[in-house]
Design a protein around this ligand. Structure first.
Ligand code: C5P
Ligand code: MG
Length: 298
């Protein structure tokens, strides 16, 4: 099949139904970029999974590995990661089975972080000293959406304060970006005392979306959605969108590829296998905003 977007022929791209992808893309392009909104997960979707053979950190890992955490606590957080991450990516367990275990992971980790009396004024330094890495092509992604006034919702079960700092330091925290995430609550002296509001974990993004009807109400003139995620839990991030017309779901499959490929192909329209770049989402965005020419000559 010949695509209008040549990047869809990249070796990392897998699709169960290429014709469906083509149809959705054409319908979204016809509606125009003023009907588009983008909803993206953060960890391992906008950030890299690995760099030079080494795993890159999630928002939580940025804190876990930082100088703000005692060695004893680092050990405990690592133990939690080693216990629960394999469960997160285990394709032999159902979401129903994983859900309470994920709540357990997030709750235990947040309790440990609160015990560390983390100071708000040190977060920027911790992020600067970390190995956080946005995916290649992130400038084009963020800047293009901003230039075309397309709203970007970053919907993350990570830590909002850390996530914001990562994109601020990268110079891409533009005015069109909104974040739903777990935010830290500090006491009057700037020390972490709790996490605010309802916990967002990997499998309750639907509930998080439905708590934020105001946001989706504001965007009701944008019924076309580009969704980016790396977990099957990310598929519910757009459940709050009102009067949705089209949705194109792009999923990064970073880990346990063979075991999980079929389930990703069944639920994401485009699956990017071990692709550390935003090349394909960027090409889709340029197509949807009629900028293919600029893209091909730049
Ligand atoms: O931004 P996103 O929703 O992807 O953030 C969730 C990710 O954070 C999960 O994929 C999980 O592996 C990771 N996590 C972590 N440490 C925790 C809890 C979650 O690294 N304590
Ligand atoms: Mg993720």
């Amino acid at each position: 099949m010949s695509f209008k977007i040549p990047e869809l022929n990249n070796p990392s791209v897998c699709m169960r139904d290429p014709q469906r992808v083509q149809d959705i893309l054409m319908s979204m392009q016809k509606s125009g970029s003023n009907t588009l909104q983008v909803i993206s997960d953060f960890d391992m979707t906008l950030t890299r999974f690995a760099y030079e053979g080494k795993r890159c950190p999630t928002c939580h890992n940025i804190l876990d590995n930082s100088k703000l955490i005692s060695n004893d606590c680092k050990e405990k957080l690592k133990e939690l990661l080693n216990t629960y991450y394999p469960i997160e990516i285990d394709s032999s367990r159902s979401i129903e089975e994983k859900l309470p275990l994920m709540v357990e992971w997030w709750t235990k980790a947040h309790d440990l972080l609160v015990e560390q009396r983390i100071r708000k004024d040190l977060l920027a330094t911790v992020v600067r000293e970390s190995e956080a890495r946005l995916r290649e092509g992130f400038q084009l992604f963020f800047n293009h959406l901003h230039e075309h006034s397309i709203p970007l919702l970053i919907f993350s079960a990570g830590i909002g304060d850390i996530l914001e700092e990562v994109i601020r330091q990268a110079g891409v925290f533009h005015s069109n970006v909104k974040v739903f995430s777990n935010y830290m609550d500090f006491d009057e002296s700037g020390v972490l005392k709790a996490f605010k509001g309802e916990l967002i974990h990997i499998y309750n993004k639907r509930e998080g979306a439905l708590l934020n009807t105001g946001h989706f109400q504001e965007l009701r003139t944008r019924p076309n959605v580009l969704l980016l995620g790396d977990s099957l839990g990310d598929l519910t991030m757009a459940d709050g969108v009102q009067d949705m017309e089209n949705i194109l779901k792009i999923g990064f499959l970073n880990d346990k590829v063979e075991e999980r490929k079929q389930s990703y192909l069944d639920s994401y329209d485009i699956v990017l296998v071990k692709d550390e770049t935003l090349e394909v989402p960027n090409a889709v965005l340029l197509y949807l905003t009629d900028c293919c020419l600029i893209y091909s000559i730049s």
